[in-house]
Unconditional design. Structure first.
Length: 166
């Protein structure tokens, strides 16, 4: 694993061989997820997106890995935690894990109130967000999980630097 600090246009690639290693990579990736941030979680069904989120949530001190479940039916799970890299600041981060798999239209998406979740203190991790151009447009990057062989996964974090505000 890398000790590198976040920078513009961050790309990190990891290979894991078990759910436990995927959770550990999630802990490492949490260092790159200071708010405000919207990140797409991409991967096939069963690839390990929620397993990865378990590590991110745990690293932020928001919940134990076994307390993190998939939001497939509830659509949104909310966790309150702290920045991994700026622990001494004491600011609460709201981490939202969304699953848009069952959302079929922009109109259904609009009823979720996702815009209200996007605050300066929030990080949104969105599964199946690539289905909606409006979500992709708001994204600051993505985490892609590819199934290789058996439990082996390739996890790629790609973050874009924030756009300058004029």
């Amino acid at each position: 694993m890398s000790d590198a600090k976040p920078m513009d246009n961050t790309v990190r690639v990891f290979t894991t061989h078990s759910a436990e290693e995927t959770i550990e990579v999630g802990r490492e990736l949490a260092k790159f997820l200071d708010p405000p941030k919207v990140v797409l979680l991409r991967g096939d069904l069963g690839a390990g997106k929620t397993t990865l989120v378990k590590g991110i949530v745990a690293a932020m001190g928001a919940a134990e890995p076994e307390e993190v479940t998939s939001p497939t039916f509830t659509l949104i799970h909310e966790y309150a935690g702290r920045s991994v890299e700026h622990v001494n600041l004491g600011e609460t981060i709201l981490l939202y894990h969304l699953d848009l798999y069952r959302i079929e239209s922009q109109r259904q998406l609009d009823t979720l109130g996702m815009e209200e979740l996007m605050t300066p203190q929030s990080v949104l991790l969105i599964e199946w967000g690539e289905k909606f151009p409006s979500v992709t447009a708001r994204s600051g990057g993505e985490i892609v999980i590819e199934t290789l062989h058996g439990d082996e996964r390739r996890i790629t974090l790609s973050l874009r630097s924030p756009k300058a505000v004029s």
